[in-house]
Write a protein that binds this ligand. Sequence first.
Ligand code: ADQ
Length: 459
Amino acid sequence: MSRLVVISNRLADPRKAAAGGLAVALGEALNQTGGLWFGWSGTVVEGGTPGEGELHTRQAGPVTLATVDLCREDHDAYYQGYSNSVLWPVFHYRLDLADFNASYIAGYRRVNQMFARKLLPLLRDDDVIWVHDYHLIPLAAELRAMGCRQRIGFFLHIPMPPPLIMAAIPQHEWLMRSLFAYDLVGLQSEADVSHFTRYVRNEGSAEEVGAQRLRAFGGTVQVQAFPIGIDVDEFTRLAQAPDAVETYENMRDEYSRRRLLLGIDRLDYSKGIPHRVRAYRELLDRYPENRNSATMIMIASPSRDDVHAYSDLRQELEGLCGSVNGDYGELDWMPVRYIHRTVARKRVPGLCRAAAVGLVTPLRDGMNLVAKEYVVAQDPEDPGVLVLSRFAGAAEQLKEALLVNPYDTQGTADSIQHALQMPLAERQARHGKLMARIREHDVHWWRKAFLAALQTAGD
Ligand code: ADQ
């Protein structure tokens, strides 16, 4: 069996359960092959030399973790700049939030080149290399330029935007051309594959050369959707463990006279959190029977606080929650509980199970794993209802959720009301179908399907 090499911006120690399903799943594959995991150490060195970072290696069981430090200038241009102020907003259709500062691209290229340079001597001839996410789009092209001939696959965790949105990035052609240095490009959904295909047809005169293979920009690549899943068994175990049970019981007792609506997200403008508060306000307004009853809990973990758009979002959200509580609250009832914090992973299933409605309403999302976690945490005998944005990648799979357009405040409020009123038999039927699909396409399926396709891509 070939050794697996995983490259991602950040690493997690695959032995720690707190790392979450993705790290566990990748860790499992790395453990099997005695693999290598490579990325940024998370350390920013003040005053270091651009394009130079110290390499650190350590063992985590059979897996070697190799990380590189970034100097301040590289971090600001590669990570905060091009990755999170250009690629993240544009790939989530937010051209209004993109900052096309011309200095970012040089840092993005420099860090990708440095990663390639540091990684190359660690590689073996028969390695299979799996690169993750938008920070590292040109990595394979840099590796190829240095003579790397191993199989290299890429998985994009965020959406692939439609061609005309992609075209707003000044370097769009260079980015898309870079993807042709991979043997396999994996995307989250069929919609993403269709955007990719349309782009390369329009801009690169692509031709189809066999199933899921496209030739353009002088190269050939296989492009396929691999919708990422969660580790259903791990999450079920977590749900049955004492911490989750205790969380569930505390919530049930605390809110015994109320119905809970739950949102758990990173505090990010792609997650549609203010839109969700507006829909909730509309629910209280249009359906007054929910006043003094339907309580919304929103747990938003701090994220990229130092990027400007995120501090604006935080302020907007605090204002919205305050006004709903001021207008609708009672002495003994606070309509919205907004908590700007990461809750311990072991408590997430208990929170989900206590909620009659799971609100997952991003404006755009590659997949959204919270949607899947919410479903798996439910009691099959008395499950809650998932209200899911049609703009989450997960909506392609989770058709039995109540699909909403988060820009449509009234429509979303109506769907939340529908969820709160849904009869038990219908809740059970929908939950059963959702569970079957989530179980079938879990994170192990995703990892195996991607690696199997990578092994044969181009044969
Ligand atoms: P994210 O945007 O980070 O990931 P998501 O898929 O929702 O989003 O995963 C978040 C994970 O963090 C979940 O396991 C969730 O339980 C946890 N989490 C979120 N907020 C939390 C909080 N406040 N407290 C505790 N835990 C919290 C990116 C893409 C997604 C894609 C994933 C995986 O943006 O679209 O689904 O990668 O590919």
